[in-house]
Structures are given as structure tokens and as C-alpha cells.
Design a protein. Sequence first.
Length: 277
Amino acid sequence: MIVYVEYVIIDNMVIDTLILLLTKQLAKLKTTKSRLFFSSLFGTAIALISPLLPDIINLIVKPLVAILMVIVAFKIESKRQFWGAICLFFLSTFLFGGACYGICETLGIHIIIKNGMMYEYKFPIGLALLICSFVYFLAKNIINYCLNLQKQSKNLFQIEIASNKNNFVGTAFLDTGNCLLMNNKPITIINYKVFNKLYPNIPLEYVLLKKDMGLPNQKYFEVKSITQNAEKILTFEVDKITLQNKQVKNAVVGLSLGNFKKSTNSDVIISSKIIGE
């Protein structure tokens, strides 16, 4: 087996950098480009000499190298942050290595592993970097998606809106930046799905043409929605809103035709004032 040193250097530099970036994403740590570079360079240097060392020495050296890489790469501000970064670095390493190995096996690329380093003399380096980049961006997007779901779940509430002898039961998103008021009442934003559930006989054209639909205290005014687009919304009063076992009678709602469900995972946006915060 012929091992090209330059390939090993490039592979390890790229892989170490991507693992450090993944750790940064998971642990939300601060770093700089120079810190990441020198940390990856240090890890690559040790990886070059590790095949020459006895297995027992490698078992001792590699965990120490990982700890030093974390110290070099990130600005650690506490012991808890330090140990969390170490654990996440090892987790990222195992996930990254396992994913790369699995993809290579699926593609029929047989990897030779010695002392924790992967070699393949017929393995194009361009393909190696492409696989590593794919694994990184896939993991990054999955992590971001999970973090967004976790963040959203803290602001999601079960809500019931009653009006016109109809009810809508669904999920509401708490937007702390929603300070809209009408007659000193907080405005709860709904989408057309909710409006159509409450008033199925009112066509969308009436809303678009801003016609008088005979809704209680009906008004139009311009607001800046959660999607940061200025729009004129229809506001009116509903019979009641039930939220967290609390009933608000004659509550004010505003109809937004913007697509905020994608960003909030809900059909209703509520103000903190309506839940008494």
C-alpha cells in the first residue's frame, strides 16, 4: 500500500476542521479562523506520526490530542463548557467518521484503517473531500433543524378560538415582539386557514378587496409581520380565545395572508400580553 503524505495532510486538515465546526455548532462556542487552522494543523501533525507509534501509546496520546485541539480551537470560559466541548468533540468525531465510512462502503469504496487513520490507495482525494463536505453540511442542517424545533416548542401553546358559532383548535406561537394593540387589546394574528374555519362563507376575494364583511369591530391597518414584510391586515373581534385554561372574551384577532406557518410551525401568533406575561 502506497500512502501519499500530501493526501493524508489534506484529508486530515479538512476532516479535523469540519469536526471542529460541527462541535462549535453543537456547543455554541466562540472561535476564529486562525484558532481552527492551528487546531486542525496540530491534529494533522499528530495523525502523521501516529502510525509509527505503538498501539498502547496511541491509546494515551489520542485523547490528549483531542483535548488540546479543543483548547486551541475554542474560547473556553468555564469548566462546564470545557467538558461539554470535549464530549461533543468526541461525539462529532464518532458520528462524522461513522457516516463517512458508511457512505464509502455503500459506494463500494473499501477503506483501509490503521491506528485510527483511513487509507485507500485508489480513493480519489476529490471524492474524499466531497463526501466529508456532504456529511458536514447534512449534519449541520439536521442540527439546525433540531435546535429550531426545540426553540419553537418552548413558544408553542394549544389555543381555541370561538366566533360565529364556529371553533378553531390548534397551535399558537408566542411572539414576544408582537406588541400590536387595538383599543388597548393585544392583537392575535391568524392565517387564512383559521379565518376560513371561523367564517367559511366569506370568500377570500372579499378579504383581498377589503370589503365590509360585517365582522365585529372590523378595521384595516398596516403592520410589520413576523416575516418582516409590511402588510395591511384585517382586524376584528371574536367571541373568545381560550389559552392555558384562560378565556379572553371579545378578543381582537388580525388576519395575515403572509406565510408565517413555515417559520413558526403554527397557524396563530399570540402576544405575551394575552397570557399575562
